[in-house]
Design a protein around this ligand. Structure first.
Ligand SMILES: [Zn+2]
Length: 299
């Protein structure tokens, strides 16, 4: 079983899943100080339209929302987006790589205790630990976030999604810290591995036993995926967009132009058709879109 924002489901009910997307990324401190900061209705209308589009056109059943606490995660908003669109949403807990006063000042044990309380007893429960290491590598905030991921993992076995910078190969160091904290490689997804078109970086993480996610929209996504599949890693690849349906500005600005027009439709609308042209079979595509997520949670 797995927790979605609308309650527990069987792993088999996840179906066609995008593993790293965002309904909204937002300044948590502004939202706390100014409750009307977000145009809530507008955010929901935009997100629900995008979710319905991928559900109706590409039979996407589930998205994992990768928004951590420090980017303004809002569980009630995710629940409403899920109920209105019919798309299942898995929420995340955890932290981004930006320096955080809270993460810098609090002991790992206390953070883990609070996060565990929500995971076990919250009215809406997250089922993915989001952490991040970028070009600056293992900063104090990042180290403590990864250690908190480890503390939560040791209690619950919760999978970890780690944002990485593929130009600096930051996932390699992050994986080491996660492993030292007890997180098994086969419970980790390292994200954004495709951005720099450095196939060696993805292969290195795959050789360790991790999952990798090709989840930014680049011209080379299909060829990159096909090469990893040829190397035998079809069972440990995910495709997603890292699309942010809305930012929190008053204008609710649309995201980067490469994700237009709908933002959540590029994987199924362009990348998968290109993979078919490169000879990737329906069976392998089914594995990547539907089966691998079950493997991650079962591992
Ligand atoms: Zn993201």
């Amino acid at each position: 079983m797995i927790e979605t924002v609308t309650g527990k489901i069987k792993l088999e009910e996840l179906g066609n899943t995008l593993v790293h997307e965002h309904i909204i990324c937002s300044g948590a401190e502004f939202q706390a100080a100014f409750p009307n900061w977000r145009p809530r209705k507008k955010v929901l209308d935009i997100a629900v339209a995008k979710l319905k589009y991928i559900s109706e056109n590409y039979q996407v059943h589930t998205i994992i929302d990768g928004t951590p606490l420090s980017l303004g995660r809002d569980l009630e908003l995710l629940k409403e987006a899920s109920l209105r669109s019919g798309v299942q949403i898995i929420a995340s807990t955890g932290f981004y790589y930006y320096d955080s006063f809270a993460v810098l000042k609090q002991p790992v044990e206390l953070m883990a205790e609070l996060l565990l309380k929500e995971i076990r007893h919250g009215a809406i429960r997250p089922a993915m630990f989001k952490c991040a290491a970028d070009a600056a590598g293992i900063t104090d905030t990042v180290r403590k976030s990864l250690q908190t991921a480890g503390a939560v993992y040791r209690e619950t076995g919760m999978p970890v999604y780690c944002h990485t910078n593929s130009w600096t190969r930051s996932g390699i160091e992050a994986q080491q810290v996660l492993a030292e904290a007890g997180v098994a490689p086969e419970k980790c997804i390292f994200g954004h591995v495709c951005d720099s078109n450095d196939i060696g970086y993805a292969l290195k993480l795959l050789e360790i036993g991790c999952f990798v996610s090709l989840d930014r929209i680049c011209p080379h996504n299909a060829a990159f995926a096909a090469e990893l599949i040829r190397a035998g890693y079809e069972g440990r690849i995910f495709l997603s967009h890292d699309h942010i349906c809305c930012y929190d500005t008053v204008a609710c600005d649309p995201p980067a132009p490469q994700n237009e027009p709908h933002g959540l439709d590029v994987v199924h609308g362009r990348i998968i058709p290109e993979m078919r042209q490169l000879g990737v079979t329906e069976e392998v595509i089914g594995k990547i879109t539907t089966r691998n997520i079950i493997t991650l949670y079962r591992n």
